[in-house]
Design a binder for this molecule. Structure first.
Ligand code: HXC
Length: 519
């Protein structure tokens, strides 16, 4: 073959590889409202930055006549590129080739870019759209999955790993996304489950739709498996680009610092009057967050799940910072099983990747009741306690209003190595709320009073006495558990000044193989 022909052959092979499973299957993919693997990569990465690897890889399977059906690339597009100029590794399942099902060589392509990402210290983003294990390959496919899982585990806490689900993700293929840091699903065409509706029906008799069993909204609001839900693929990929702007490349680096024109000493007078006079009235913690962050921006994670706590990223003076905040407008901002798990996972992510955490506290306590106890609130609540206590990142806490009991300790208190613990003058830091305390302390005395009016007066007096003694930040401040009581309008400035002063913080946990967080 002449050199000229060899070049033509290469060009033809590239064209063929880019066609994946062929025009008809690409049309079918588009007809479902889905983009192809390469179209998704193009939207995700900076224009023209994608460098594809292993375009000529094909499967080696000879079962069921498979040797006669080969596609260049074998159902997954892999490579590297940049997002906002920063290196990332990416893989994208190609549903047009055997339904994006995973063969041994398909897995090896993914492993190759995961290994490169670890060597280079750069994030991995996986776009999933797959029928699961390639049935014709048998255990070769299972081994391929396990190779990926092992790499997910070793990369955990070293490089950010992000999973995007834009199609089926069923059976064992759910575990790689589950091992990564963030999962994004799209509202349409995206589902994740261990077994599909047919198997559910056969085994348990339950009739359930694909969406109810494993759709994006279920996973974002009920199971908590999905961190983000996208209206469509384009907006979903834009969200991933945004997310990465808050993250460092790896655990040895800091997140990028952006230029900030929003004055750090900006006072927000509205915060002085934000809290209702009645401490049992709700308000929206989002208003506090948007008043104090750079430009009022907040990138919320897990927005639809366990809404009594808010987690997400913001910037203070250009520095990426995690925020954990109780949300008084949702179940009074209570901590329960789900909110504890949600916040614990987020704090651990921030700690692994050197992202400072600001905690905004207004928590009446842990949700009481048999449902919570039977569900193991003791262990789940301990997760959040553990996460804050082990975290060595800069930690600033501001108590706005309630901070009662165990929840006070859990929400990044001073003794969990909080660096700066501030309180607003409206803070109430106590063992429990007034009504519960009066019930315990004065229960016998109350039961002896027969006259209802006298009883009510007695309770009122005792409640007032208790509130005057404890419903304020000054007992905690007098003991040094609160470093300062601050005017709400100054919160942005105080938070930024505190974080600036602790940015060089070095704190090391005892040497050990690993800790044993209560899972
Ligand atoms: C081989 C597969 C495949 C698979 C789909 N295809 N799944 N080929 N192995 N697992 C092929 C189809 O034969 C078809 O080929 C093409 O992909 C598109 O599939 P359709 O069924 O036409 O598409 P659609 O109607 O959209 O349905 C998609 C689907 C369905 C819901 C994913 O294909 C399906 O149920 N697939 C099987 C899912 C499954 O049971 N996987 C194994 C899970 S067990 P043609 O040539 O017609 O285009 C597992 C264990 C892993 O994953 C354990 C790891 C620890």
């Amino acid at each position: 073959m002449k050199n000229e022909d060899k070049i033509k052959q290469l060009i033809d092979l590239r064209v063929k590889a880019k066609q994946g499973g062929g025009e008809k299957r690409i049309e079918a993919q588009h007809a479902k409202g889905k983009l192809t693997a390469r179209e998704r990569i193009d939207l995700l990465l900076d224009e023209g930055s994608f460098e594809e690897l292993d375009m000529f890889v094909t499967h080696r399977c000879t079962n069921f006549g498979m040797e006669k059906e080969k596609y260049l690339g074998d159902g997954v597009v892999t490579g590297q590129g940049t997002i906002n100029g920063r290196l990332v590794y990416v893989y994208s399942h190609d549903f047009t080739v055997f339904g994006g099902s995973l063969s041994e060589t398909f897995a090896m392509k993914i492993c190759k870019i995961m290994d490169l990402a670890m060597k280079m210290g750069a994030p991995v983003i996986g776009i999933n759209d797959s029928g699961g294990a390639r049935i014709q390959e048998g255990v070769g496919s299972l081994a391929g999955y396990a190779e990926i899982f092992q790499r997910n585990i070793l990369a955990s806490g070293v490089i950010p790993q992000i999973s995007v689900i834009f199609g089926p993700c069923a059976g064992g293929s759910v575990y790689s996304p589950a091992l990564t840091d963030f999962i994004m699903m799209s509202e349409e065409n995206s589902y994740m489950f261990i077994t599909g509706p047919k198997v559910v029906k056969a085994v348990t008799g339950e009739d359930i739709s694909v969406e109810a069993l494993g759709g994006a909204n279920m996973h974002a609001s009920r199971s908590g498996v999905a961190h983000f839900v996208a209206e469509n693929e384009e907006s979903g990929l834009a969200t991933i680009r945004d997310l990465l702007s808050y993250l460092p490349q790896n655990n040895l680096e800091d997140a990028p610092i952006t230029e900030c024109d929003d004055p750090i000493e900006r006072k927000e007078d509205s915060l002085n009057s934000l809290l209702p006079e009645n401490p049992n009235q709700p308000y929206d913690m989002m208003q506090v967050i948007s008043s104090i962050t750079d430009y009022g921006d907040f990138f919320e994670v897990h927005a639809d799940y366990a809404k009594s706590i808010i987690v997400g990223f913001a910037r203070f003076d250009g520095v990426s910072t995690g925020i954990v905040a109780n949300q008084p407008s949702q179940m009074a901002g209570i901590l329960d099983i789900e909110s504890s798990r949600k916040a614990a996972r987020f704090v651990r992510f921030c700690d692994a990747f050197n992202i400072p955490v600001l905690t905004l506290v207004d928590v009446p306590g842990f949700l009481p009741g048999s449902g919570q106890e039977q569900g193991g609130i003791i262990v789940h609540g301990a997760k959040l306690l553990f996460a804050y206590g082990e975290a060595t990142i800069p930690k600033v806490t501001v108590t706005l209003r309630k901070s009662y009991g165990g929840a006070h300790d859990v929400m990044s208190c001073k003794q969990l190595r909080g660096d700066f613990n501030y309180a607003w003058p409206t803070a109430e830091i106590a063992v429990m709320g007034a009504s519960g305390a009066i019930e315990v302390l004065e229960g016998k005395a109350i039961s002896k009073i027969e006259n209802p009016e006298e009883k009510a007066k007695f309770i009122q007096e005792k409640t007032k006495e208790y509130q005057e003694a404890f419903a304020n930040p000054y007992q905690a401040a007098s003991m040094g558990y609160i470093d300062d009581v601050i005017e709400p309008r100054n919160t942005r400035f105080r938070v930024i000044r505190a974080f600036r002063s602790i940015q060089t913080k070095k704190e090391v946990n005892p040497s050990r193989k690993h800790n044993n967080i209560p899972l």
